[in-house]
Design a protein. Structure first.
Length: 240
């Protein structure tokens, strides 16, 4: 297969194991890397399901803003996963509420792919002026200005390997400034580290084009999620 699965977990072993089990049912031998976000030790699952496991001493957390170290550690884990499996052009972002229902097949030739536009605009979030300046600074002409990245999305491994210097440049030069700009535009805004926004942003500045992937869906938004059309389901919380 042409991808590696990258799963960040914390302290919800039942849900974590269910995700891995569902993946192994359809991909018995494909690479899977589990990262504990300074949470529990899942070495037993690594042995049971033949996966790679890392226990990080840093807690990225969810939502709560901690500054540049937070976003760097989050993406540096992807870098390590992608370098471990350097022959894989894609990496799938996995969370504890992902369910694999079939064998994943990523369309050839795409940069990265996931849901259709659900109305979350990067232009609106950052402001048109800042969004355009970022595109100019990184010399990119993206085919999207929205964010729709959650568990199950297919990402470009190159962003975390050959182009990781661009990601570090964005973190060092733009990330804090963007948070401050948003705070000024929205007085009630509480600074947040939003995975879905930043995953889209680093692909944008690396010049990656986005494609809609018809194999993925949200179970709480699509009553037909059980259809065989969908091999990856996000929002599946039966084992939480």
């Amino acid at each position: 297969m042409n991808f590696v699965a990258h799963h960040q977990c914390f302290k919800n072993k039942k849900a974590t194991e269910n995700v891995i089990r569902s993946f192994r049912e359809h991909h018995p031998n494909d690479p899977y890397v589990l990262w504990s976000d300074n949470g529990d030790d899942y070495s037993d699952l690594a042995e049971k399901y033949n996966i790679d496991f890392y226990l990080s001493e840093y807690n990225v957390g969810a939502g709560v803003y901690k500054g540049k170290d937070q976003i760097f550690n989050f993406f540096d884990r992807f870098r390590q996963t992608c370098e471990l499996y350097s022959d894989k052009p894609y990496v799938i972002w996995v969370e504890d509420d992902v369910l694999f229902k079939g064998q994943v097949e990523i369309p050839s030739g795409v940069d990265f792919c996931g849901w259709e536009n659900i109305g979350n605009s990067l232009t609106h979030r950052f402001g048109k002026e800042k969004f355009n300046k970022l595109c100019e600074k990184y010399n990119v002409n993206p085919n999207f200005d929205y964010y729709t990245a959650a568990g199950g999305i297919v990402l470009s491994s190159e962003v975390f390997t050959n182009k990781f210097n661009i990601v570090k440049k964005y973190i060092e030069e733009d990330y804090i400034e963007i948070q401050e700009l948003i705070s000024k535009r929205y007085p009630d805004y509480v600074k947040r580290f939003d995975y879905d926004v930043e995953i889209m942003m680093i692909h944008l500045i690396c010049g990656k084009q986005y494609s809609v992937w018809d194999q993925i869906t949200e179970c709480h938004k699509n009553t037909n999620w059980i259809s065989n059309q969908y091999t990856v389901v996000h929002g599946y919380k039966d084992h939480y």
